[in-house]
Design a protein around this ligand. Structure first.
Ligand code: NAP
Length: 485
């Protein structure tokens, strides 16, 4: 049996290469687990190096005809993909919850967000504008145009099994590239379920290939060693991102890297505290904290500190923890045993250094990787819960007094992805935003992700941007022709 759960009826579990399903060349398969029940829900084919190179063959063969389609034709296929994905939204949300654990509320939100990358890029496909100008000295004409970069290798994490993939597939296809996608081994089913949808939307064979694999390092290295792969777009941890950059260096493959974060969430004395708590709940609890944009370090100014902490603890304690498939549940299990262990050890470390637990703080015993929503105060700045990415439902609050102090604390991280500021003084908010070393700032907002905006980080949070117009440019090469008229 390759699928063992009703939700997965009809979901393919093999490799999608050149528009056909095939088993791995060595017949290897791996288990996919439901984090709420710890039961195996499917076994999926595990691609070998040979399979992945066959996927590169298919993508390479499909590249010229796909790139030759008019931008409008590519856009219309993406638009159909958006519509079909929305139609299939509930089924896809259930698949996401089953393999990732997140609540159905979060999963439905993810599907809507993920589909939006197809709609946005359907519109971007026709906006690859060039430039025409006079060379100031020589009198030549400068013609600048953009061309699809070629075959793109896309590598995605488990925390948003649909959105992290469509955020790459959408712009790649809009640009005229073809792709080989390696999903995370914990959550390969969502992407496999999406392939019949893309086929129905009119995506030709070989334009999108999906190769789940337990041998991620070996297969990614082999594909990066193939000269036909011209772009590698990776979302995942900074640690793995560094290794991929090293492998990409050999053939000078163009990298786009969306890596880890450690977002500061700053609440000034003049903030609307209730709005700040509302924003904090979104920034912290979307996806149970398993988001690269998740608020990780809460800095609250002294006058509102106690009120904010008490209100946040009350909201966190009121959340319903349980199997994400049950309606009404807002917090599902973490994705696996190692994530649960890490979150528990970060909290234990902070408590051993003197942090106070306002709510939560202890993993539940029994089946499933559940950790309760937790709020800590008096958290020492050198605790691991502050310096590391938590990736769980834990809010670690510190008190601050001055603007300069909080800017310096917020910037004292090797990461620079998202950050959040709450203040009623918009001038101060923008002044602080400019000083923050972060690719994205939420000013009086707890959510920065938007398909129409450039998503990405500075410092060790990554290179390049996804979404907005910048997302398309990651898959285009610029060519300039100097013309003697
Ligand atoms: P991960 O362990 O880095 O894995 C990400 C992907 O890389 C998976 O497909 C994984 O495959 C693959 N991989 C693992 N080792 C590899 C290797 N040596 N060579 C090539 N590929 C390899 O990250 P994760 O645990 O799935 O995701 C959590 C991380 O992603 C967090 O740090 C989070 O901040 C980051 N993230 C960043 C963004 C962003 O936009 N900046 C968005 C979401 C998540 P296997 O699953 O088969 O190991």
């Amino acid at each position: 049996m390759t699928v063992q759960h009703d939700i997965l009826a009809g979901v393919p579990t093999d490799l999608w290469i050149g528009g056909a399903w095939r088993t791995a060349s060595d017949a290897a398969r791996f288990d996919v687990e439901d984090p709420a029940t710890q039961k195996t829900v499917a076994t999926v084919a595990s691609a070998t190096v040979a399979d992945c190179l066959a996927a590169v063959d298919a993508a390479s063969e499909a590249f010229k005809p796909w790139a030759a389609l008019t931008p409008r034709a590519r856009g219309e296929i993406l638009r159909r993909a958006y519509e079909l994905m929305v139609q299939e939204g509930e089924r896809l949300a259930r698949i996401i919850t089953l393999e990732n654990g997140k609540s159905l509320v979060d999963a439905r939100g993810e599907v809507a967000y993920a589909a939006e990358f197809f709609r946005w890029n359907a519109e971007e496909a026709v906006r690859s504008n060039g430039q025409y100008s006079h060379a100031p000295a020589s009198g030549a004409r400068i013609l600048v145009s953009h061309k699809p970069a070629g075959v793109a290798l896309l590598i995605t994490p488990w925390n948003f099994p649909a959105a992290m993939a469509t955020r790459k597939i959408g712009p790649a296809l809009a640009a005229g590239c073809t792709v080989v996608l390696k999903p995370a081994s914990a959550t390969p089913l969502t992407m496999l379920a999406l392939m019949p949808i893309l086929e129905k939307a009119g995506v030709p064979a070989g334009v999108v290939n999906v190769v789940p694999s337990r041998a991620s390092g070996a297969v990614v290295d082999a594909m990066l060693a193939d000269m036909r792969v011209r772009v590698v777009s990776f979302t995942g941890s900074t640690e793995v991102g560094r290794d991929i950059l090293k492998s990409a260096a050999h053939n000078v493959v163009r990298p786009a890297m969306e890596l880890g974060g450690n977002a500061p969430f700053i609440v000034f004395d003049d903030a609307d505290v209730d709005a700040a708590v509302e924003g904090a709940m979104i920034a912290k609890m979307r996806n149970m904290g398993e988001a690269c944009t998740a608020a990780n370090r809460f800095y609250v100014q002294s006058k509102v500190h106690d009120e904010f902490a008490a209100k946040m603890a009350a909201r966190m304690a009121a959340l319903k923890v349980g199997n994400g498939l049950d309606e009404g549940v807002t917090v599902g299990p973490l994705v696996n045993a190692s994530t649960l262990k890490k979150v528990a050890s970060l909290v234990d470390d902070a408590v051993s250094r003197g942090a106070t637990v306002l709510t939560g703080g202890r993993a539940s015993e029994g089946i499933g990787y559940f950790y309760p929503p937790t709020v800590l105060t008096n958290v020492p700045a050198n605790s691991a819960v502050v310096t590391e990415e938590i990736f769980g439902p834990v809010a670690a609050i510190q008190k601050f007094t001055s603007e300069d102090e909080v800017v310096s604390q917020a910037n004292s991280s090797e990461f620079g992805l998202a950050s959040y500021i709450y203040t009623r003084d918009i001038g101060k908010g923008l002044r602080v935003a400019e000083q923050l070393e972060a690719g994205m700032v939420g000013l009086n907002r707890g959510l920065v992700s938007d398909p129409a905006a450039p998503f990405g980080g500075v410092k060790q949070s990554g290179l390049g941007r996804e979404g907005g117009h910048e997302g398309l440019l990651e898959f285009l090469e610029t060519q300039y022709v100097s013309v003697n008229w």
